[in-house]
Design a protein around this ligand. Structure first.
Ligand SMILES: [Mg+2]
Length: 271
């Protein structure tokens, strides 16, 4: 059987090699039509997607690929055994602008659902930092075990909220309740990596209630955060789950610990 974590590491190494020369260059932004997730696929996205597919093929890693860029594609002789869900470049705008915060995200599952993800990798391509997780075995940052923080309050926490192109006005007022209590707010532009920052204690929470983030962006970080002891649930407090498909969207509250999550939840849903 495929040793998935090693396979994912090999994929991310190849992706990094293709992506770095394009980072911050005008070339990176050349458009190639719409990707499967609906956004314009840029040269840098296409290069990363190609590198991933080639590496999976070279390593004989049979799977059904679910990519934000190239869509659903069967690879190898037994494609129904595993699903590989990816956003080859998370933070494409950062990549094009030369903002050094971009990641590749790859998740492996035996069924095409978020809750079934059992191996995951998110790699910070600029700083060569790789987060991995295997279900039941914890989360790691460059082979070192990580744990989400125990920061209990918003006054002490550093939190991320994605408010870009928010259309659901009903969430804006509750979110301002959170903002009133938040001393340290960050949004860095690559949600997969921002969730890994919650996993390793760099930050303490990340909220995205827009209903716009694709499941391909968070499939890997979801397992990494959970294996680091963090929480990632719906606004209603239910376990996050969704079909793994290029156009599937999700909303969630991710928090480092229960105390902080309860604080955020009470502000967002006071009744
Ligand atoms: Mg992308």
């Amino acid at each position: 059987m495929t040793d998935w974590l090693n396979t994912l590491k090999a994929c991310s190494k190849k992706i990094r090699k293709e992506v770095l020369p394009l980072f911050g260059s005008a070339d990176a932004a050349i458009g190639f039509g719409r990707g499967a997730g609906g956004d314009i696929m840029k040269k840098i996205d296409l290069a990363a997607d190609k590198a991933l597919i080639t590496t999976l093929q070279d390593l004989d890693a049979s799977c059904t690929l679910i990519s934000e860029e190239s869509g659903v594609k069967k690879i190898g002789s037994q494609p129904a055994d595993f699903y590989v869900t990816t956003d080859p470049v998370d933070g494409t705008t950062n990549a094009v602008r030369g903002i050094p915060f971009i990641a590749t995200s790859i998740a492996v599952s035996k069924a095409p659902y978020l809750k079934d993800v059992e191996a995951a990798l998110v790699s910070d391509l600029i700083h060569d930092i790789t987060y991995t997780a295997k279900r039941g075995y914890g989360a790691f940052k460059n082979e070192k075990r990580v744990q989400a923080s125990s920061t209990p309050t918003l006054e002490k926490a550093v939190i991320g909220i994605d408010l870009t192109t928010v259309e659901k006005k009903e969430y804006i007022t509750p979110l301002t309740m959170v903002l009133e209590k938040t001393k340290h707010l960050r949004h860095l532009g690559a949600n997969a990596l921002e969730l890994c920052y919650v996993a390793d204690g760099t930050t303490d929470a990340f909220i995205d209630l827009r209903g716009k983030l694709r499941v391909t962006d968070i499939a890997a970080a979801y397992l990494i955060l959970r294996e680091a002891g963090g929480i990632m649930v719906t606004l209603e407090g239910k376990e996050l789950n969704a079909p793994l498909a290029p156009t599937q969207r999700v909303s969630f509250i991710a928090a480092a610990n229960t105390l902080l999550y309860e604080t955020i939840k009470k502000l967002l849903r006071p009744h």
